[in-house]
Design a protein around this ligand. Structure first.
Ligand SMILES: NC(=O)C1=CN([C@@H]2O[C@H](COP(=O)(O)OP(=O)(O)OC[C@H]3O[C@@H](n4cnc5c(N)ncnc54)[C@H](OP(=O)(O)O)[C@@H]3O)[C@@H](O)[C@H]2O)C=CC1
Ligand SMILES: O=C1OC[C@@H](O)[C@H](O)[C@H]1O
Length: 408
């Protein structure tokens, strides 16, 4: 317990690294609520990252934000950050509807881009953004959808217990307590491309796509919940969706942004088909089969808490009539706050148990900018596929796609 408290305490107040003289200088577009968690805090412990500037629509607010977070420069507009030659990279934590425009503008200004999730409002925008000619030239800017949870060691440890082709069913759920978001939140504003699938469900969809290592063929059903007040009703406050994958497997996703006050960690539960297990000790005429269920509790905020449960249900049966002779289960639980703790193939990868998923993500972003190898990355095509899955669900829900920006 004491070590958990210490780990979380250090995650939010990490040791400050001495900055290298050629550190990457970030500008932040918007004094966003998420910026301290997603970038400013992780940057403290990174020797190659300096948060140099912030701009907000309201200069007084930007100045207060800069003072609070020790950011040296305050610019008067987002454009001014893009025009600043001392800025190497930008973080875009704007409402979803503005991701596309400001990512395109930033890339055209030659800045590397860390872009909040979801990458765009829909797949049309994603296809334009991730196929920009400016991204295909030598020394092109780096563009990353900030899918922080996908960089955490726990997710990779979890995936190491899964055989994608054998997955028959996936359950995922995630929630935000209702107290955390009022009706004015950008999450419930259609013009700003809000909705629970955009804000939270996208994590469920991302982890489902990683589990199958594939994209869904079809959204079988999608039932959204809405406020029903005639104002916010194009935005889902919660949803339940079902998808079919190319191997025949089914994935279910449910999310609520009106959850109970008691926070429940997100959960991804994966059921495999029954497979025959080689066992030389078995008498002729008998076979051993196994059905595996792997659960990751805490697939979004794994750095706070997570647990991976692996449950193998074995049966020894008669081959002729499939009559069970013996059955038993073997269960084991794991955690992986660092790659060292994940062990095995991961053991030598960098990180500390107090690194947040955002810190792991920043490590890889810097590696890419520096032209170094990355052990994990979310490619542009992956982000585009992700938005196709989001679109599939919105189409099925009857709420329709989130609006496409006019910006080109
Ligand atoms: N990675 C994560 O864990 C999380 C990611 N997110 C993502 O981050 C992004 C921002 O979320 P969050 O920080 O909660 O958002 P905020 O409500 O804090 O808004 C972000 C910024 O948007 C700017 N903005 C620009 N135009 C508008 C407008 N028309 N209406 C409202 N705001 C505007 C504001 O900038 P200004 O300061 O210039 O006024 C504001 O600071 C979203 O894309 C969301 O999906 C959200 C939560 C968690
Ligand atoms: O990105 C997010 O992660 C955590 C949630 O609390 C938040 O609403 C969401 O946008």
């Amino acid at each position: 317990m004491a070590s958990t408290v210490m780990r979380i305490f250090t995650a939010f107040g990490p040791p400050k690294a001495e900055k290298k003289s050629d550190a990457i200088r970030f500008g932040i577009l918007g004094a966003a609520q998420i910026a301290p968690l997603a970038l400013i805090t992780p940057a403290l412990s990174h020797p190659e990252v300096i948060i140099q500037a912030v701009a907000a629509r309201d200069h007084t607010r930007a100045s207060a934000f800069a003072k609070k977070h020790n950011i040296p420069d305050v610019h008067t507009s987002y454009d001014e950050i893009l025009e600043d030659p001392s800025i190497d990279a930008v973080f875009i934590p704007l409402p979803n509807s503005l991701h596309f425009e400001w990512a395109v503008r930033s890339i055209r200004a030659g800045k590397h881009v860390l872009l909040e999730k979801p990458s765009t409002s829909n797949a049309t925008e994603a296809s334009i953004l991730f196929n920009l000619p400016e991204l295909k030239v030598p020394n092109a800017p780096i563009l990353l959808e900030a899918f922080h949870n996908r960089f955490h060691p726990s997710l990779h440890k979890f995936l190491s217990f899964i055989t994608p082709s054998d997955v028959v069913h996936v359950h995922t759920d995630s929630m935000v307590p209702w107290l955390m978001l009022d009706k004015d939140n950008i999450a419930f504003n259609y013009k700003l491309s809000g909705g629970s699938m955009m804000m939270l469900g996208t994590y469920n969809f991302g982890v489902i796509r990683m589990i199958f290592n594939d994209n869904p063929i079809e959204c079988l059903s999608c039932e959204p919940g809405i406020f029903g007040d005639g104002i916010h009703d194009q935005c889902d406050t919660d949803f339940k969706a079902k998808f079919r994958f190319p191997n025949g497997g089914i994935a279910e996703a449910s999310t609520t942004m009106r959850g109970s006050v008691l926070w429940k960690p997100s959960e991804a539960r994966v059921t495999h088909r029954e497979v025959v297990v080689d066992d030389k000790a078995l008498p002729a005429g008998k076979e051993k089969v196994c059905t595996r269920i792997v659960t990751l509790h805490g697939f979004i905020h794994a750095f706070i808490w997570h647990r991976i449960d692996v449950k193998d249900s074995f049966v020894i049966r008669d081959k002729r009539d499939r009559r069970p002779v013996k059955s038993w289960t073997e269960s084991k639980s794991y955690k992986a706050y660092s790659y060292k703790e994940a062990g095995g193939e991961f053991a030598e990868l960098p990180g500390e148990d107090w690194w947040m998923s955002y810190r792991y993500q920043l490590e890889e972003f810097v590696n890419r900018v520096r032209g170094r190898d990355t052990q994990y990355w979310v490619e542009g095509e992956d982000s585009w596929d992700q938005m196709k899955m989001v679109d599939m669900a919105y189409e099925k829900s009857g709420l329709g796609l989130r609006p496409t920006s006019d910006f080109r």
